[in-house]
Design a protein around this ligand. Sequence first.
Ligand code: ATR
Length: 280
Amino acid sequence: METIPIDGKTKIYGIIGHPVSHSFSPKMQTAAFQAIGENAIYLPFDIPENRLSDVLPAFRLLNIQGFNVTVPHKETILPFLDELSPEAKKLGSVNTVLATPGGWKGFSTDGTGFIRSLQHAGVDLSGKKVLLLGAGGSAKAISMALAEENILGLHLRNRTAQKAERLSVLLQQAYPLLPTVVNPSTIEEYDILINCTSVGMGGKGCPVEKEVIRSAKMVVDIIYNPPLSPLLELAIHMGIQFLNGLGMLLYQGVASFEIWTGRSAPIEKMETVLHQTLSI
Ligand code: ATR
């Protein structure tokens, strides 16, 4: 274990959520600060829903430089912030906050984290037909990010059709030229199938029928625990190219780090720590 040079000048970063004890970010981000020689530490702060309004004044007093935001505060924190990035404004959701001279600025790195993980895997999204499963927070962030990547079309499937309809309306407002279909009645061919539902977490359940999986050239699951979800196991069995959610987790953190430090993140170091932490 490397030594953290904590002294009177150590900058403090962190994550707020409830719960936060399961988060990989404290290890990953603290290791990243050390790797680039930044005198900084990253801590978990367990903040229940009804105490969120106390957090920003307390953080200002403690001179906290920036923090991540996770469940259940990603949307409710918005009214407490002074400025939002265009992505955060569009999504109505924040996972990264930076202390600026003008106040607290909120960002969302969910979408960019996902896109960067695909780029890293050599996937070019331009001109691709995509089937996206889910219509929750992750589906919203990822579909908006996909819409920025010049994809050919987007099909949405969700258990609750109304929620998929609502997401489709939002997408149409922001990206009127993107062809979008909700809960298609026939099975079509897709370049990429992306699971943004929570089905498969902990290794339980597959979010879609085998015939639909077979219709895809590539299957991406944002689930990273287990690294091979039942959906990815099936894709592997069918000989389909696949990708899990570890890359998204890594690149979300990379993007947060770059927002806070204004420097390139030590990606390899962060990836190593993430893998070590997951295998503990
Ligand atoms: P996240 O922030 O991770 O996206 P979320 O907003 O709670 O989490 O969204 C969870 C997604 O998983 C939703 O699309 C949800 O479908 P519903 O809109 O019908 O609730 C989907 N999901 C969760 N459990 C499911 C299940 N057992 N079967 C099918 N879909 C499920």
